[in-house]
Design a protein around this ligand. Structure first.
Ligand code: XLS
Ligand code: NI
Ligand code: NI
Length: 437
């Protein structure tokens, strides 16, 4: 890999827990086997192009602070092409195997759709070259249907049919480019698919339009032979007051209601889970139970701020919970862990991008090892299993199989003594988890 953009930064190596080098992995070791699988294959880490390459690190009170010497700050295609090489040098040095992008992160929007598409094609040529040179792959692509003014009232849920059409044309192109670049998936994040106020909103019609939009995408995907996985990414609000795909359960219901469940899985993001008032583990369990756990946007929020602050994940409990669910699922197939995260506004130097990703990768390496050890140990899962054992035989088995009805259950109660329950042992289990952390 070239040394053009980050000349002072060497390739990040695994130096082990004893290392005091901030530019080294203490726990992440790409080739190390955990439960018969190399770490890199457990995680399938991805870099989010929009944050790492494009986020100026602004906040609601001030403009961006990010110093990105390779970027001339213009919207030119040449600048966009150059940025590709900075991105791939960065990922190569971090040992990140995948990336994710929005159409408008990688290439500038033009004055017309035709111009935007030509820009995207030009940058896709460059991305293809960089992929071939480095072996870094595209985890998923997406379209930005929320930044341009035309999308001010939504895209597929805009009250304006011409806006719906524009969004469709944009997604058509984004899927084509994702397909061309060998993308393993394509994500739909609602952006502004929700409402600012219900006074002006026909909620039923908007939801039907969103479903139509996704069906069109499914049809087109088949037509061009794109075999990547489609994902929908739940988020409850921000920038909208309410976003329709508000959490995993709402997405599942929407997919089922509109006959889309066979075509989309969920891409879950930690900060969106907490915005929805859930833990990430809750969202993961809901998706797992519904058979739609696809991919993860690995970040975290700040409990004290409450926005989608998109911070890098460093909490070992969080990464342990996520990896526990991923292992229980049997691992990612098309999905992976995409760092949908940015350094703080105060962390404006290029080297901070490295610290941020190193920290996230190390936190997940620890989470994986801990989760694996917990599963190997078996006590946690055994406890869960035993807790439901009254359903394994007798009346419980008849309830689960559907053989028993209310009358039989009433007879059962009349013939038996008061039910016996046992402690849920929450504290004991929390202590058990801490044995491993
Ligand atoms: C924003 C979302 C976005 C999606 C991709 O909050 O997380 O970054 O992941 O459109
Ligand atoms: Ni995201
Ligand atoms: Ni987000």
């Amino acid at each position: 890999m070239s040394d053009e953009f980050f000349p002072e930064i060497p390739k990040i190596e695994h130096e082990g827990p004893g290392s005091r080098n901030p530019l080294a992995f203490k726990h992440y070791n790409a080739g190390e086997m955990v439960g018969g699988k190399a770490m890199r294959d457990h995680f399938r880490f991805a870099c989010a192009y929009w944050h790492t390459m494009r986020n100026p690190l602004a906040d609601p009170f001030g403009p961006g602070t990010a110093e990105r010497p390779w970027d001339d700050g213009t919207d030119s295609v040449d600048n966009a092409k150059k940025r590709v090489w900075a991105a791939f040098e960065f990922m190569g040095k971090c040992g990140i195997d995948y990336y994710c992008f929005h159409d408008r992160d990688v290439a500038p929007e033009g004055a017309t759709l035709a111009e935007s598409n030509a820009n995207l094609d030009a940058v896709a040529d460059e991305l293809e070259k960089a992929q071939n040179e480095t072996g870094i792959k595209l985890l998923w692509g997406t379209a930005c249907l929320f930044a341009h003014k035309r999308y001010n009232q939504g895209a597929a849920t805009s009250p304006y049919a011409d806006v719906f059409a524009y969004a469709a044309a944009q997604v058509k192109k984004a899927i084509e480019v994702t397909h061309r670049l060998g993308g393993q998936g394509y994500t739909f994040w609602g952006g502004r698919e929700g409402y600012a106020t219900l006074w002006n909103t026909d909620l039923k019609r908007e939801l039907d339009h969103l479903a139509r939009f996704l069906h069109m995408a499914v049809d087109y995907k088949k037509k061009i032979g794109f075999e990547g996985q489609f994902y929908i990414e739940p988020k409850p609000r921000e920038p909208s007051t309410h976003q329709y795909d508000s959490d995993a359960a709402a997405c599942l219901n929407f997919l089922r209601e509109h006959g889309l469940k066979d075509h989309l899985k969920l891409n879950l993001e930690t900060n969106h889970a907490t915005l929805a008032g859930h833990s990430m583990m809750h969202e993961m369990e809901v998706a797992l139970a519904g058979g739609v756990l696809g991919s993860v946007d690995a970040n975290t929020g700040d409990e004290l701020i409450g926005w989608d602050t998109d911070q890098f994940p460093t909490n070992i409990y969080l990464t342990t919970q996520i990896m526990l669910c991923v292992l229980r699922m049997g691992g990612f197939t098309t999905g992976g862990l995409n760092f949908d995260a940015k350094p703080r506004r105060e962390s404006f130097e290029p080297v901070d991008l490295f610290h941020a990703h190193i920290g996230g990768m190390d936190a997940f390496a620890r989470g994986l090892k801990i989760a694996h050890a917990i599963l190997e140990d078996g006590r946690l899962d055994q406890f869960r299993k035993d807790r439901y054992s009254s359903y394994d035989s007798g009346i419980g088995a008849r309830i689960e199989s559907g053989e028993a009805g209310f009358e039989e259950l009433e007879a059962h109660v009349l013939a038996n003594a008061e039910p016996v329950t046992r402690s849920g042992r929450q504290e004991m289990l929390e202590n058990l988890i801490n044995e491993f952390i």
